[in-house]
Design a protein around this ligand. Structure first.
Ligand code: HPA
Ligand code: ZN
Length: 355
């Protein structure tokens, strides 16, 4: 419970105050899997309208199944859930619902992942997925003022030829995609497995990111940097085990897209008070806070900020630094970044005056 303080004639807890501060803080989200925003209610709705059977009778049953002991546990159920997504309208509605929630959390810009192979491997054309998501991003910009881009991830448990086939399927869309990423089961599937396809994506002018150091060792983070030439590391927690790597990440200003509630749910950390986010900030790393797969991990981006703020006792300055990092690490031009950073400054001035 927070301290009780007088505020505008009404009583308000310090914890509530932090919640309001976080919600209003302009921020970007850089690590969000659109398929991971599929809420149980939507799963039932899409299953009904597409006449797909699912192994659950109630929303409560679905939520009860969301208990994971590691990344693979989660991935098994996540890929099964994605099976209800069939039409362009489904992909559009899924992404629109996410963007509405993000906007309500103070998000001004998103760079979101999708997993084309999860859909093309069950006969859904690449165009159905991409057209639905791209239409939603256009709509999100108009309706909610949230700008955004799509990052297509290769599934690392599949081989590199399959990743190349995905890059080929994406060819007509390349000018509308922001970049490529690498996700799915990390252990046993090092970044080096995808060296050639990342080089091909780079030649096509796409931005490059990769999940590394979530469950995999610091060497996977090194491979992502040296072999794939990524511009951001998704997660990166285990980089902290290697001092020389930490120094390098700090010196190069490498962005880490950290996902606290995901780390808790997938047992990357045993409890949030042991989460390395504050340590990352103290080490001078450009850490950001993100929600990863919010429908499965129990919270969208503002809830991730709130949960770590509570567990680690983060100050307003640290929360603002995390928000600044999110724009600094985004694939935006310098003028647009400066505009977002100025919005954070204006917000801080406004909230300082009000408190
Ligand atoms: N890690 C790896 N693959 C994923 C994740 C993740 O956190 N979420 C969705 N696919
Ligand atoms: Zn992820």
């Amino acid at each position: 419970m927070g301290l009780r303080m007088p505020f505008g004639g009404e009583e308000m807890t310090a914890t509530d105050d932090h919640a309001d501060f976080i919600r209003g803080l302009p921020k970007a989200e850089l690590h969000l899997h659109l398929e991971g925003s599929l809420e149980p209610e939507q799963m039932f709705e899409f299953a009904r309208r597409n006449r797909v059977s699912i192994p659950f009778r109630t929303v409560e049953e679905v939520r009860a199944a969301y208990s994971f002991s590691n990344l693979q546990d989660f991935l098994d159920i996540y890929y099964e859930g994605a099976n209800v997504l069939r039409t362009e309208g489904d992909f559009h509605d899924l992404a629109c619902a996410y963007l509405a929630r993000a906007a309500a959390d103070g998000v001004r810009h998103v760079e979101v992942f999708f997993d084309p192979q999860t859909h093309t491997d069950r006969g859904i054309p690449f165009s159905v997925v991409a057209d639905g998501f791209l239409a939603a991003l256009d709509e999100g910009a108009k309706r909610f003022g949230v700008s955004g881009g799509l990052i297509m991830c290769f599934l690392r448990h599949l081989d590199e030829d399959a990743a190349f086939a995905t890059l080929d399927a994406a060819e007509p869309y390349l000018d509308r995609l922001l970049g490529v990423g690498l996700d799915s089961s990390e252990l046993g599937h090092p970044p080096s497995k995808f060296a050639r396809v990342f080089a091909a994506a780079r030649e096509r002018g796409l931005h490059l990111v990769a999940h590394a150091g979530e469950e995999g060792p610091p060497d996977y983070v090194r491979e992502a940097l040296d072999i794939l030439h990524v511009e951001r590391i998704d997660h990166g927690n285990r980089a902290l085990e290697d001092g020389a790597l930490v120094a390098r990440l700090r010196e190069t200003g490498m962005t880490l897209t950290v996902c606290p509630l995901s780390n808790l749910k997938l047992r990357v950390v045993d409890e949030l008070i042991a989460h390395p986010l504050k340590r990352m900030l103290d080490l001078g790393l450009r850490a950001t806070v993100n929600s990863d797969d919010p429908a499965y991990f129990g919270g969208y981006v503002a809830e991730n900020y709130r949960a770590v703020a509570r567990a680690l006792g983060l100050s307003r300055d640290e929360l603002a630094q995390l928000a600044r990092n999110s724009f600094a690490g985004a694939f935006l031009d310098e003028a647009t970044k400066a505009r977002h950073l100025a919005a954070i400054d204006a917000y801080l001035e406004g909230t300082a005056a009000a408190s």
